[in-house]
Write a protein that binds this ligand. Structure first.
Ligand SMILES: *Cc1c(COP(=O)(O)O)cnc(C)c1O
Length: 427
């Protein structure tokens, strides 16, 4: 499918039924698979043949959907995980272990920050956080001899900063390590990080890819371009024998195109088991079939809402990279020419108390911690997710008391604007 446009890949990628086979992807609801001989199965355990034996490692439905996302991103191999958290954990832990170090943008999802700065730190992996807006010198200064990867988000959740992917890729490659990009908010419809030098892409498919708030999930895609063997000393996990598979060397046996995902499946999925249910993969595929159509509407609605808010007297500030007033407007034009995403954040004049009042009056926008849903949803962090913080702590965390995050759904823009207008009227 590689010559087709992204819209066609969303609809048809990953699966081509044979004569008389089901048009919709089959849900293979089976934990296990039957073989004629022990020798046949033995080849799978030696990684000498590819095939299925136990759904904790691989399942045909999940692989079909991973293949579609692989085509959308323009990668060489991909795997689904049970959540975005699992995808980011696997992507990093596949190459950075105890005693290693990772350079990471400060503008990342809170759950990922916690995973890296608290949980993986306990596992002995250290992170240095750098501003996405840092200079090349500041970025280069963050590297150490034991640095194994660089990590950032195309559009950060919830800060909505746009990452200069080329700048981060250049620094990563100058230090012989890959750039991992979480592309959740942009989706491959609006940005394909491999085209800008990224090496590994991750997703929380829970967001726009699913798009209907139906199934939590994640995905890892490999570009197949990072030359692990050229940096042998840095990546022993990929470039030296794995005793649990009779001493195979992933980078030799599966090459640049297959080594990363094969290792993540054969070791991390085997040992941690964060595998998605086939039913969840099926639901994800339904979402992917309309991703290109939905992203266009999410972006158009967010643009209309952002423009309305920016002109409103009761609004103190608006953060959306589609507005010329945004400091990320130029970067968004370069990396996200079709639009960024449906999430807009803004400040209500009158601070925390006014924002709380505003939230109570909303009728279409539902109060949820979720984003990227077909239905518009809204969150006031100071009275919900961050309610234990005082005003100073909120500012330090980048979520001032007046901040409201709105995830524009697929409703009509005029209805969304009217809902915001009446809620602003009331304060
Ligand atoms: C939600 C999110 C995650 C975590 O994904 P889950 O599916 O909730 O585990 C990771 N990265 C980004 C950018 C997200 O928005």
């Amino acid at each position: 499918m590689s010559n087709y446009k992204i819209e066609t890949k969303c609809v048809q990628g990953g699966y081509r039924p044979g004569n008389g086979e089901p048009r919709q992807i089959p849900i293979v609801q089976s934990t296990t698979f039957r073989y004629e001989t022990s020798e046949d199965m033995g080849k799978l355990f030696d990684l000498e043949a590819s095939g299925y034996f136990y759904s904790r490692l691989q399942n045909p439905t999940c692989d079909t959907v991973a293949a579609k996302i692989c085509e959308l991103e323009g990668g060489s191999a991909a795997m689904l995980t049970s959540s975005g958290q699992a995808a980011n954990f696997y992507a990093v832990f596949n190459i950075a272990n105890c005693g290693d170090h990772v350079v990471c943008s400060t503008a990342i999802y809170g759950g990922t920050y916690n995973l890296f700065a608290v949980t993986m730190k306990k596992m002995g992996v250290e992170f240095t956080f750098v501003s996405p807006d840092c200079t090349e010198e500041e970025l280069n200064a963050a590297f150490r001899a034991n640095t194994k990867a660089v990590f950032g988000e195309t559009i950060a959740n919830p800060a909505l900063t746009v990452l200069d992917i080329e700048k981060f890729a250049k620094a990563a490659h100058a230090h012989g390590v890959p750039l991992i990009i979480d592309n959740t908010f942009a989706t491959p419809v609006n940005c394909r990080p491999f085209e800008w030098g990224a090496d590994i892409v991750t997703h929380s498919t829970t967001k726009y890819m699913d798009g209907h708030g139906a199934a939590v999930g994640g995905c890892i895609v490999d570009s197949g371009r990072f030359d692990w063997m050229a940096e042998k000393e840095k990546f022993p996990g990929l470039c030296t024998p794995d005793d649990s598979y009779h001493g195979i060397v992933y980078a030799e046996k599966f090459g640049k195109e297959g080594a990363f995902i094969t290792k993540a499946t054969a070791q991390l999925m085997r040992d941690f088991g964060s595998t998605p249910a086939p039913q969840s993969a099926f639901l994800l595929n339904l979402g992917l079939e309309s991703l290109h159509v939905r992203m266009e509407r999410h972006c158009a609605n967010a643009q209309a809402v952002a423009e309305f808010l920016e002109g409103h007297e009761k609004i103190a500030w608006v953060n959306y990279s589609g507005l010329p007033s945004s400091r990320y407007y130029e970067l968004a034009k370069k990396y996200l020419p079709k639009g960024s995403c449906g999430v807009v954040s803004f400040g209500i004049r009158g601070g925390r108390a006014a924002a709380e009042k505003f939230m109570k009056k909303l009728q279409i926008a539902a109060i949820e911690t979720h984003v990227a849903d077909a239905r518009t949803c809204c969150l006031h962090p100071a009275s919900a997710t961050h309610r234990q913080m005082n005003d100073e702590e909120l500012i330090a965390a980048g979520v001032p008391g007046d901040l409201v995050r709105l995830s524009c759904g697929l409703e009509h823009a005029e209805d969304l604007i009217a809902d915001l207008a009446q809620a602003l009227e009331s304060i």
